[in-house]
Design a protein around this ligand. Sequence first.
Ligand code: NAP
Ligand code: MG
Length: 407
Amino acid sequence: MAKIQMKTPLVEMDGDEMTRVLWQWIKEDLLCPYVELKTEYYDLGLVNRDRTDDRVTVDAAEANKKYGVGVKCATITPNAQRVEEYKLKQMWKSPNGTIRRILDGTVFRAPILAKGITPYIPGWKKPIVLARHAYGDVYSGVETRAAAGDKAYLLIEGADGAVKEKLLVQDFRKGSGIVQSMHNMDASIESFARSCFNYALDLRLPLWFATKDTISKKYDHRFKDIFAKIFEKEYKDKFAAAGIEYMYTLIDDAVARIVRSSGGVLWACKNYDGDVMSDMVATAYGSLGLMSSVLVSPDGNYEFEAAHGTVTRHYYKHLQGEETSTNSVATIFAWTGALAKRGELDGLPALVSFAKKLEAATLRTIEEGEMTGDLIPLFHAEGVTPCKRSSRAFLQAVAARLEAALV
Ligand code: NAP
Ligand code: MG
């Protein structure tokens, strides 16, 4: 069979530790035999980030902006221990944070569902895709403690330095306490809204957005109003044409609806809600190894990756020559997501179809009982006994099914 050809290169961002090992194997076993892979390669491994003073991360993000589609391997975000371990020049920033800033994107996380892996909420039959606003609120909050007798104010100064507004937050005359203040930007909320509306259209999923505007009548209400205005002006007709709905509700109502739902929604969350709820949703679906992630910018650039990290513990075993059983599914789906999107943008149906077949082969491998160790305790299917496969053996089991599906 002739290899599938590509037009525009994918921006390939290599990473660290166990996922860097899986990255190479995925290419060898599942991609290169079938696709004439055309990528622009950036090595975001920590050694190369340090060598290039992190220039490589910026270059990769710029390339992602230029070509539109990238695929990224998990990378180490250095802390003090990593600075020591890798003898780093400095504690480089999180590559994901750098890429997000340059692309100005929103991260969407979606679980990968395989038959036999039942979510802790068994009613969830379809994916719940979660979008988290990644700017402001409590994450860039200003806070302090107040002593008994203090008064705390919120103060707004105009461009001329004159006080425009002075609001009493609390009079601490009855005792000491704490104060916090936070902000967000209209432009950031607008771009979050557009990313969510666009991605809902992409996936043809209804969009739910929730805040607590009944309590927060100015702050949360602003989020609600911006979403409503943009929907009305730019997306109402497109949603109607796609047969999907936009619904705004209160966050507590949204949580109740999500638990009762069968999935199949895109759930947009404010920063803190998204932080908490994405871990709840990921855990409820089963394994971190089955959670995919895509960064979508409001001007239509995509960066696909797995939601998990570099799986350090497994890597140290691997380095000692021990066999690992690390789940590669989310990393495989990062590649298929990117290839399918590239195929769609370049008008290459063969590439799209290859990506879909690789996804199907991956799911069938699990459904027929071959899986990595993390999935064994989660798997229950009548007549199928789950068998634990090593990292490489799992990929080879997928390759065998892919091979059969391609002839
Ligand atoms: P992690 O790599 O996600 O791993 C945490 C634990 O979850 C693992 O030890 C493993 O549990 C389990 N796990 C995660 N992914 C798995 C998979 N694919 N297959 C099987 N088990 C899996 O998180 P971490 O240990 O907190 O972070 C490690 C490094 O990754 C850090 O340097 C961090 O900065 C980086 N990180 C990168 C990203 C990113 O690039 N997007 C995201 C998060 C973290 P067991 O050990 O029990 O088997
Ligand atoms: Mg969190």
